[in-house]
Design a protein around this ligand. Structure first.
Ligand code: PLP
Length: 426
């Protein structure tokens, strides 16, 4: 088998191939660590499926109101048991991660309450949900106020300032695990647990919600193990395992999850309503595979870090730091490099490899964003994808890859593209 030859046929020159092989060789030990975590998490999911007696009946579909959807209800128990929470909503009616977060927030906040972000500015799309940027129907319009405590310059929590920011009005604290489109570090579940313990000491009834997007199955513990009252994520990221065609989840205390269900559906009906429309099997199968898929994505992320470090770029996290999510950012410091990187990722895709990504004004973002993805599920970022806002420092955020092999190929294509355009030298 001549691996170098097939890479060459697929657009990778021998020098870029060599760069990749050397990077890979140096990562054997890290990869073994990811294998360990994935093995543990995989068993955790299987155990939850066995405990809840998942059967072929669970894959049946419901339509209309979806009353007594056995597969949906059982899957929600499987999620809750895996994440060690009392309850969970897992629904195709949740359109995306932002929607899940908006439902969790608006379901649990009332007029006059204050929302606290103790870990700096939240994810871009939440700015309009909260009303940091004025928006139709924001929490601000409903009389929910917002307070934010920036992170310290070294990316850690500013505990004294957080203590001052908690007032009798503070009802809910929202903590984002992954860095999103920021260059701060992502937080470990352990760090989040310390923050939650600190907050609960000041105000025991404060609801602590964790935006868990991109974090699921990266560690052997999840925010639910660290005292979070709610953890929220998207099924077209980690827990969908690449198979879920849509959806989101909200796991947490029975109280918080019921409040969210009353908002997602409506007061009075709550979680009883919501047909599964034939997605149950892909939700189950995707969740089953998710730890393995996350493992591939993590290997891809570390590979990207190593390769771009070797090329002299700043990468966050670097190739030896512990991982808290599947996102890898590379600081490219230049618009043309950002575009070329995304072109390379796009060219490596199994779907839409022939199209060329361009920056556009995406809803929810305050500057043009370039995105590369050739995915089986539109917008799915557990599949190999790269994106970045077209602003300083021109950081590209690379994530996903249903398999490590594909992520690796994507990264090598990006290097090749930068080389072709004369934007780097080897
Ligand atoms: C992706 C993401 C979201 C939003 O999810 P969408 O599915 O894009 O709406 C929110 N928070 C974080 C940290 C994310 O990574």
């Amino acid at each position: 088998m001549d691996k170098q030859r097939i890479y060459r046929q697929m657009g990778i020159s021998p020098e870029v191939y060599r760069l990749g092989m050397e990077a890979e060789k140096s990562l054997a030990e890290r990869f073994a660590g990811f294998d360990e975590i994935a093995g543990y998490n995989h068993l955790k999911v299987i155990s939850a499926m066995q405990k809840n007696r998942v059967s072929a009946e669970c894959f049946h579909s419901s339509t209309g109101y979806g009353y007594d959807d056995y597969g949906r209800d059982t899957l929600e128990k499987v999620y809750a048991d895996t994440f060690h929470t009392q309850s969970c909503l897992v629904r195709p009616q949740i359109a995306c991660g932002t929607h899940a977060l908006a439902v969790a927030l608006s379901g649990n906040l009332r007029p006059g309450d204050e929302l606290l972000s103790p870990a700096g500015r939240p994810y871009d799309t939440l700015e309009e949900v909260i009303g940091i940027r004025p928006s139709r129907g924001s929490l601000a319009e409903y009389g929910v106020t917002y307070r934010e405590v920036p992170l310290l310059p070294d990316g850690s929590f500013d505990y004294p300032a957080i203590r001052k920011a908690v007032t009798p009005k503070t009802k809910l604290a929202a903590i984002q695990r992954s860095k999103g489109y920021q260059t701060r570090p992502s937080f470990s579940v352990k760090q989040i647990g310390e923050l939650i313990a600190f907050l609960k000491k000041i105000k025991p009834d404060l609801i602590c919600m964790v935006d868990n997007c991109y974090g699921e199955f990266v560690d052997v513990i999840e925010p639910g193990d660290a005292g979070a009252d709610m953890m929220v994520g998207s099924l077209i990221k980690n827990p969908g395992g690449g198979l879920a065609p849509i959806g989101g989840y909200i796991a947490g205390t029975t109280e918080c999850v019921q409040n969210a269900a009353s908002r997602l559906i409506c007061p009075g009906l709550g979680r009883e309503v919501g047909a599964s429309l034939g997605v149950n099997r892909s939700f189950y199968q995707g969740f089953f595979l998710a730890p393995m898929v996350v493992k591939g994505a993590l290997k891809g992320a570390v590979f990207a870090a190593k390769v771009y470090e070797t090329l002299g770029f700043r990468v966050v996290p670097d190739s030896i730091e512990p991982r808290q999510d599947i996102i890898q950012s590379v600081i490219l410091s230049d618009r043309e490099r950002l575009i070329a990187f995304c072109e390379g990722i796009q060219a490596a895709a199994p779907v839409d490899s022939f199209v060329s990504p361009e920056p556009w004004d995406m809803p929810g973002y305050d500057c043009p964003v370039i995105m590369a993805a050739g995915a089986f599920v539109q917008g799915s970022s557990i599949e190999l994808s790269a994106d970045g806002p077209c602003r300083e420092p021109y950081a590209v955020y690379f994530q996903g890859g249903l398999t490590y092999e594909h992520a690796k190929y994507g990264i090598l294509r990006s290097v090749q593209r930068l080389l072709e355009k004369g934007l780097i030298s080897l």
